[in-house]
Write a protein that binds this ligand. Structure first.
Ligand SMILES: [Zn+2]
Length: 611
């Protein structure tokens, strides 16, 4: 997609893939040129995604996700190629030329998302302005009664949706199409069943007389709102009203406050997870910047992956004993099965984080936070509190309560440890119960992704793959360091030897090498080849691990090694045919084969191979 001379190519040259991937994934250096991190595209505990700095590509050895900086951004943001380009250009502050799309539908979709983001930004400013007006006095009163200062209002861009349903519509109408306004989720309308009726008059604000909290995506763009009603009568709808799902907003993919919290989560290496947005805002403004909210519903797998990109440690601050018990329970279960290290912060009964901080202050909350308990310690305590574990029946009940939780833990070693811990803490001496516990702990039906394994390349094959893929690098001025052989063109030399002698025939790397040869002939970037997954894995594995510098000697030795391999195979073949000829009592063939064998042995001796 990125060809020399076009904008995408220029952009790719300037976009450091390590920096850009690093904004989404915590990367650490694993070699001279490569970095590794947890893959955002599948669930994992140990990093299997590598990013190569000079070759500017990424590859996950777990799920096979692979490509350049555009592919990464497209996939992680779930956007089209032109949108990924725009996003990267924005990050680099490079002005964009006009976008081109692969289909009119793609253009329409992308245009719609851009429009919806704009509308939300406009709406957010509109609500902010409204909050400053005299008519919004009651909204400001409500906020200050919740301990929310003007600074917090500004930081979270809180606003006020006026009683009139038409002000926002009128502010936006004229610049955006009717269709786009309907798609935004900010308006309601009454279908008149008559297409010719004055439809514009039918649009009115969904949010009226509410305090507005913008919901932002990971990059800080407003994509939805939550409105808290200020009306006291029942007719005004639910207390909290959320934007519906739209092309830019999917509840299950968003974590409230992640854009503000992500740096702190990375730095502190843990996140605090609370239930509500108000809780989140309170905790954040009390100085705990690594806080996010799940916004009342149970945590989803997508949210867990999103959070997992920043840290796998989380302190959960919602009480599973309260009204939202089922949702809280599901969230905790999900986090455990997604391999998070979970701790639980239990505040005194009747306190949510917001109330706790307002009554006792931030320092007290920090103190409570530092005493949060490991999730399983917390569960064991709950089991002991609920069941009389002194009696055998009580022990059985406590076990029944704990077992499903243990079985969610992905690691068998950890499950075993937990089983021991529980036996000990519940005072289980019965061999039968211990046995049952151990058995249950072991039998977890696992659906983990197993890393694509299998094919292993010989050293010589690895060197040739490196040589063939080196085209781009050889051309860049970076490799023209002092003392380096400027005439050394590994790709060309490897290409010459391999096409002339087909030395790679029958090797594991054959299909990959053939693809690389073809790419070279057609002047394609080896990293952009449409390879099968096995071959892509092989290529990435080779390029991510380049133990020694590619020198003319190394290349020459590798070619020789492959050549010897070919000779040895030919020799074996001859021996076999010779035996056959002797068995058939065919002296003419035998004599010819013997001659061939002598020639071959001579060639091998000349190469220094004892035959
Ligand atoms: Zn992956």
């Amino acid at each position: 997609m990125a060809n020399p001379g076009d904008f995408a190519y220029t952009l790719k040259q300037q976009a450091d893939i390590v920096r850009i991937v690093g904004e989404y994934v915590t990367l650490r250096k694993a070699g001279a040129q490569n970095f590794i991190g947890l893959c955002p595209f599948h669930q994992e505990k140990t990093p299997s995604m590598s990013v190569h700095a000079s070759r500017q590509f990424f590859h996950c050895f777990g799920c096979g996700a692979s490509g350049d900086v555009f592919n990464f951004v497209q996939k992680v943001e779930n956007i089209t190629f032109p949108e990924a380009m725009r996003l990267i250009a924005e990050k680099l502050k490079i002005p964009m030329p006009k976008m081109s799309f692969s289909s009119p539908e793609e253009e329409r979709q992308a245009g719609m998302r851009v429009g919806l983001i704009e509308i939300h930004e406009r709406a957010c400013k509109f609500f902010q302005e409204q909050l400053r007006k005299p008519e919004a006095a009651h909204a400001r009163e409500y906020l200050s009664s919740r301990g929310i200062t003007p600074e917090i209002i500004a930081e979270f861009r809180m606003g006020y949706a006026p009683e009139s349903g038409f002000l926002l519509r009128d502010a936006l109408r004229g610049q955006y199409t009717e269709e786009l306004l309907r798609e935004s989720g900010l308006f309601s309308w009454k279908d008149k069943g008559d297409e010719n009726a004055d439809q514009k008059a039918a649009l009115y604000s969904k949010f009226r007389n509410r305090v507005m909290f913008p919901i932002t995506n990971e990059t800080g763009k407003v994509i939805a709102f939550t409105g808290r009603t200020l009306a006291t009568d029942e007719k005004s709808g639910p207390k909290y009203l959320n934007s519906p799902e739209t092309p830019i907003y999917s509840k299950s993919r968003v974590l409230f406050n992640l854009d503000k919290a992500k740096d702190a989560i990375r730095k502190l290496e843990y996140a605090v997870l609370v239930e509500g947005q108000m809780d989140c805002i309170s905790v954040y403004t009390a100085g705990f910047r690594n806080v996010i909210a799940s916004s009342g519903t149970a945590f989803t797998e997508l949210q867990a992956r999103l959070l997992g990109r920043f840290s796998k440690n989380v302190v959960v601050n919602f009480d599973p004993d309260t009204a939202g018990a089922a949702a809280a329970e599901r969230s905790l279960a999900l986090l455990v099965s997604e391999d998070f290290q979970v701790k639980v912060l239990t505040l005194e009964a009747g306190f949510d984080p917001d109330l706790y901080i307002r009554r006792k202050g931030g320092a007290a909350y920090g103190e409570a936070l530092s005493h949060s308990q490991k999730y399983f310690d917390y569960l064991i305590e709950r089991a002991r509190a609920q069941f009389p574990v002194r009696t055998p029946e009580g022990k059985v009940k406590a076990l029944d309560y704990l077992l499903p939780h243990i079985q969610r833990v992905p690691s068998r070693i950890v499950r075993d440890e937990l089983a021991n811990e529980i036996s000990h803490r519940l005072g289980i001496e019965s061999a039968v119960l211990r046995q049952e516990l151990r058995h249950a702990a072991r039998s977890r039906s696992s659906s983990r992704v197993s890393p694509a394994g299998g094919a292993v390349l010989a050293d010589a094959e690895r060197v040739l793959v490196r040589a063939l893929a080196s085209r781009e690098l050889a051309r860049s001025p970076v490799s023209n360091r002092d003392g380096q052989d400027l005439d050394f063109e590994p790709a060309r030399q490897a290409h010459f030897a391999l096409t002339r002698e087909r030395l790679h025939e029958g090797t594991v790397a054959e299909p990959l090498i053939d693809a690389l040869l073809l790419a070279q002939e057609q002047g394609l970037d080896p990293m952009s080849l449409p390879l099968e997954e096995t071959n892509r894995n092989l290529l990435a594995a080779v390029l991510m691990d380049e133990p020694e510098e590619l020198t003319p000697e190394l290349l020459e030795n590798s070619i020789r090694s492959l050549r010897r391999r070919v000779f040895r195979r030919q020799l074996e073949d001859l021996q076999h045919q010779l035996k056959e000829a002797e068995r058939r009592q065919d002296p003419a063939s035998a004599a010819r084969l013997l001659q061939e064998r002598i020639k071959l042995r001579r060639a091998m001796t000349a190469m220094g191979e004892s035959a």
